[in-house]
Design a protein. Structure first.
Length: 426
């Protein structure tokens, strides 16, 4: 049966039907959203539980000590490493004040007021903190050196506590003490060695100088037979070599100990060159070699430097050249180049390969073992010379090839005596 409106028209009943359909559809969608939300909550809950389980596993298995405190410094949780390192069971730690229980005293045993405790200050201020050298006290009463860090917990802008991690530094401290003892022992050994070498220097050099002196007298005595003069010459040659080895050992010891000091005084270059050449002349004559010096016209007479060390470097370069030269000769040329004193020693000896040149300035190295057996020496001379040249702000360069010979160039900054005097006056 149809109904009519006030004007006599049929009424429309389709609107209520559509409303019911929409309501049904909304209920279905709402149910679907509810189910999706439940699934999402379940998923997030599972993820949260998984994250919590992982975090718990990390805390429990950490080798570092980890414990939490509230704003009053009361311990809220501990991990097994904390219990193991401090010697307390977990139930004695949780609910107790960490400062009172194991952070109550300084390393020297004096009281540690809470107001002065850095970790307590970091907790109150909410700032991170790391302390590298502190002690916690074991349940048995002994101090444990630790490094600890404080990580405040801030929730919604409020400090709710902190997590503190710490590491037992006992092994590191023991290693440091062992290193200090080893260093002290090494320093004592170095002092003992220096004293021994100083004594040996006197005990060996004194009689050796006497031997060399008598050998020189024997060589100058023309009444002696040729056979006697030959014997004196051998004594002198051997003595000079032995003296060179002794000086090398003593100087190398000083270099290694950092006790070799360069003087700054007047240097007579002609005299230094002659003093370096004189003992080498004996060695060269014994081997039948020519030994000469070439002084350039621009070579100054004097300079500022260490005459003893300059002579020693020149002597080592010359004696090495003579030692490894069987035929021909050795030439020392001296000149002034680019504001530097240049001393060049050239020989016609056996020469060296590239690999031997690489090891030339290493202590105790002489090309190879056969070279040492054949020519003798300590293997220290050139190593010492290079160190000395460096201390004098100079350098040594060596060029060589097997069978061709060797050229060694020793350069030093040239400082005139007049310039040095002006500097001192200023």
């Amino acid at each position: 049966m149809h109904t009519k409106t006030l004007r006599g028209r049929p009424a429309d009943h389709r609107a209520p039907k559509n409303t019911a359909n929409e309501r049904k559809r909304s209920e279905i969608e709402l149910e679907q959203h509810r189910r999706n939300l439940e699934d999402l909550v379940a998923q997030r809950t599972a993820e949260l539980l998984d994250t919590e389980a992982r975090a718990t596993h990390i805390v429990q298995s950490s080798a570092a000590g980890l414990f939490g405190v509230d704003t009053q410094g009361i311990i809220t949780f501990v991990n097994p490493a904390t219990c193991s390192m401090l010697g307390y069971p977990a139930d004695e730690l949780i609910g107790a004040s960490g400062h009172v229980l194991f952070h109550h005293s300084r390393p020297d045993g004096s009281p540690y007021p809470l107001a002065e405790c850095p970790s307590h200050g970091a907790l109150l201020s909410g700032s991170k903190l790391r302390v590298d050298d502190e002690v916690y006290w074991h349940a048995d009463g002994y101090a444990i050196p630790v490094m600890y860090e404080v990580h405040p917990i801030v929730q919604r802008g409020d400090i709710t506590g902190a997590v503190i991690s710490f590491v037992d530094m006992s092994a590191q401290h023991a290693a440091a003490r062992a290193g200090e003892r080893a260093l002290a022992a090494a320093e004592q050994l170095a002092r003992t060695r220096s004293e021994f070498l100083a004594n040996m220097s006197h005990e060996i050099r004194t009689p050796l100088n006497g031997v060399l002196g008598f050998a020189e007298i024997g060589l100058r005595n023309h009444r002696n037979s040729d056979k006697a003069r030959e014997a004196f010459e051998k004594i002198q040659t051997s003595g000079i070599r032995l003296l060179g080895v002794i000086e090398d050992v003593l100087d190398f010891s000083k270099v290694e100990a950092g006790r070799l000091v360069m003087e700054q005084t007047s240097v007579d270059l002609r005299e230094v060159i002659e003093h370096a050449m004189d003992p080498v002349k004996v060695l060269a004559q014994a081997r039948g070699l020519e030994l000469r010096v070439e002084r350039a016209a621009d070579l100054p007479d004097t300079c500022l430097g260490d005459p003893v060390r300059i002579r020693q470097v020149l002597f080592n370069l010359l004696s090495n050249a003579v030692k490894y030269t069987e035929r021909g000769g050795v030439v020392l040329s001296a000149s002034l180049r680019d504001g530097q004193l240049a001393f060049v020693v050239t020989d016609t000896g056996i020469g060296m390969s590239a690999s031997q040149l690489d090891q030339l300035f290493n202590p105790f190295q002489q090309g190879d073992g056969s070279t040492t057996r054949r020519f003798g020496g300590s293997g220290l001379g050139l190593a010492i010379c290079k160190r000395m040249a460096g201390l004098m702000r100079g350098h040594i360069d060596v060029r060589s090839a097997p069978g061709v010979g060797t050229t060694a160039e020793f350069r030093l900054p040239y400082v005139p005596l007049i310039q040095a005097s002006t500097r001192q006056a200023e």
